[in-house]
Design a binder for this molecule. Structure first.
Ligand SMILES: NC(=O)c1ccc[n+]([C@@H]2O[C@H](COP(=O)([O-])OP(=O)(O)OC[C@H]3O[C@@H](n4cnc5c(N)ncnc54)[C@H](OP(=O)(O)O)[C@@H]3O)[C@@H](O)[C@H]2O)c1
Length: 307
């Protein structure tokens, strides 16, 4: 049972729905909404209080793509936290390839940087008690139907992971939709490495599957956004059984952090070729995930960008 849970990116989409579902679970006493925008966070808090009838939500402001912002936010966390959902992220949009002060580009900083700082700093302060869930994606092993190739790397060396994180891996033609799977792969590998480093804590990566009701389509190019919002998500993909309702996609995350059947050191997502339904250990068919040396390389590469 997790009494206190911090969720990044909790003002909308899966993060906010996770806050709602977790608030309705027996034993939940506090949920910290870690958001970058005060007004959006307050609106989400009010709505969550109305929907759940519970006044257990607190706000901490922080931008997960910015090391200083995350470190400032950590100072506001005064009591130990049982569990963290590392949820903020996505394909980011037009600015995804821009380099941030950390040296990572924006898509990597958003999906990776702040989450690693947050977790490692809380562990250092002995303020993290039970579990960490990284919200990953089927994009890691590729989603043919959405034009996403598997994040298969030649060597998964430290150099290669570092090149993914600063974008140089992708050459001059940076495509955030392709880069997305690779940055999720890097953070997923860090999660699996952490499971070995900290056996007393649970570290798990879970994908919600392709889920409706989120703001994710807004970050695609205008044509793709139109296709996703008005054709693919509401019409085509449901006919193919390829869209999770937001409640179901989020339930994967809630189960992942709360249910002992989800084991530390595993990345759970849909079965091969699927985007919905049962979740399975992705390492059974994407075998690079099980390579401890590759996991450690991702971990080392990420730390090249952290002071
Ligand atoms: N939806 C899917 O089908 C799907 C599938 C697989 C994986 N995922 C993953 O699930 C997670 C949630 O996605 P979603 O679909 O719920 O997306 P969403 O509706 O776009 O919500 C993303 C949330 O993250 C926050 N966020 C973004 N950048 C941030 C930053 N730098 N600092 C702090 N917060 C930030 C956003 O806040 P603002 O409102 O301030 O932008 C928002 O609250 C992501 O990691 C995504 O990659 C989603």
């Amino acid at each position: 049972m997790n009494e206190s849970i911090l969720i990044t990116g909790a003002n909308g989409g899966l993060g906010k729905e996770a806050a709602r579902q977790l608030a309705l679970k027996d034993g939940t006493k506090k949920i910290i909404l870690f958001c970058r925008n005060q007004a959006k966070a307050e609106a989400a808090k009010k709505d969550l209080e109305e929907k759940t009838g519970r006044k257990i939500f607190e706000i901490i402001i922080g931008d997960v793509s910015d090391e200083h912002s995350v470190k400032k936010a950590i100072e506001k966390i005064k009591e130990p936290i049982d569990a963290i959902l590392l949820n903020a992220g996505g394909i980011v949009g037009k600015t995804a390839g821009n380099i941030t002060p950390s040296g990572m580009n924006e898509i990597a900083a958003t999906n990776v940087l702040g989450h690693i700082i947050l977790v490692e700093e809380l562990i250092k302060r002995d303020q993290l008690k039970k579990a960490v869930l990284y919200v990953s994606s089927e994009a890691v092993r590729g989603v043919k139907q959405m034009g996403m190739k598997p994040a298969l790397m030649k060597t998964s060396s430290v150099e290669e992971f570092a090149a993914v994180l600063d974008g140089s891996y992708f050459g001059k033609k940076f495509d955030n939709v392709q880069a997305y799977g690779y940055v999720k792969y890097a953070a997923t590998m860090w999660t699996l490495a952490m499971a070995r480093k900290y056996p007393a804590l649970k570290f798990v990566a879970v994908s919600p599957g392709n889920t409706d009701g989120t703001m994710a389509p807004d970050n695609f190019s205008p044509v793709m956004k139109f296709m996703l919002k008005y054709i693919m998500m509401p019409i085509v993909l449901p006919l193919l059984g390829m869209v999770n309702k937001i409640e179901d996609g989020t339930k994967r995350l809630v189960d992942g952090i709360s249910d002992d059947r989800f084991k530390s050191g595993i990345f759970y997502a849909s079965k091969e070729g699927k985007m919905t339904g049962e979740v399975v250990d992705q390492g059974t068919f994407f075998v690079d995930l099980k390579n401890n040396a590759f996991q450690d390389n991702a971990d080392e590469a990420i730390h090249r960008f952290i002071n």
